[in-house]
Design a protein. Structure first.
Length: 192
């Protein structure tokens, strides 16, 4: 579609064809391939404002790598995962109900790259004796833009499950320790 419909806002006295032209979607080809940390001056300013100089010196190389990761492979993997979403494999070849979710390779590669980058930030922060909280928040902010589905998948993990169990499960379960209870493991074992 090359022409846009005329909207009420287009008839306002301060609207001009030049101003309307600024917002033509075909002029914006996307940000894939850019470093999303380096192209976000507000995020860079926020990190410089809230972090001490030594914290910023430690965090910024990680945020630059994470910005490159989010603007590059993670966005491409997200698009691939959208085209090839997880599939429910209900039965095995003998007809037994196995009901497992098969994740596409793009999802698992993205997840591994994100977790590795965030763990490197955590490890360096721990070694330096500084908190990784704000840089990890910035990392998640960039992830939300790159792949909101992955952000939800990673954000609704163990801590959320533990808090829901503590708040709403019967007392016998609320004090239980769970091991290997991630979807990837396929099983949950309870330990008292």
């Amino acid at each position: 579609m090359s022409e846009y419909l005329l909207e009420a806002v287009d008839r306002l006295p301060f609207s001009t064809p030049e101003k309307a032209g600024r917002y033509r979607t075909e002029n914006y080809q996307g940000a894939t391939g850019l470093n999303w940390y380096l192209t976000d001056p507000t995020l860079q300013f926020s990190m410089a404002y809230y972090l001490q100089p030594d914290e910023l010196g430690l965090a910024e190389p990680h945020l630059i790598r994470i910005g490159e990761l989010m603007g590059g492979p993670v966005t491409r993997w997200a698009e691939e995962t959208d085209r090839n979403p997880p599939q429910l494999e209900r039965y095995d070849r003998w007809g037994h109900d196995i009901s497992r979710v098969v994740m596409p390779e793009s999802f698992t590669r993205s997840k591994r790259a994100i977790l590795d980058a965030q763990q490197a930030l955590r490890d360096d922060s721990k070694q330096a004796g500084v908190s990784p909280s704000l840089p990890l928040f910035a990392s998640n902010y960039l992830l939300n833009q790159a792949d909101i589905g992955m952000a939800c998948a990673l954000g609704t993990g163990g801590n959320m499950v533990r808090s829901l169990v503590t708040a709403y499960a019967p007392p016998t379960y609320a004090t239980t320790s769970w091991e290997n209870s991630t979807p990837a493991s396929g099983t949950a074992r309870r330990r008292n």
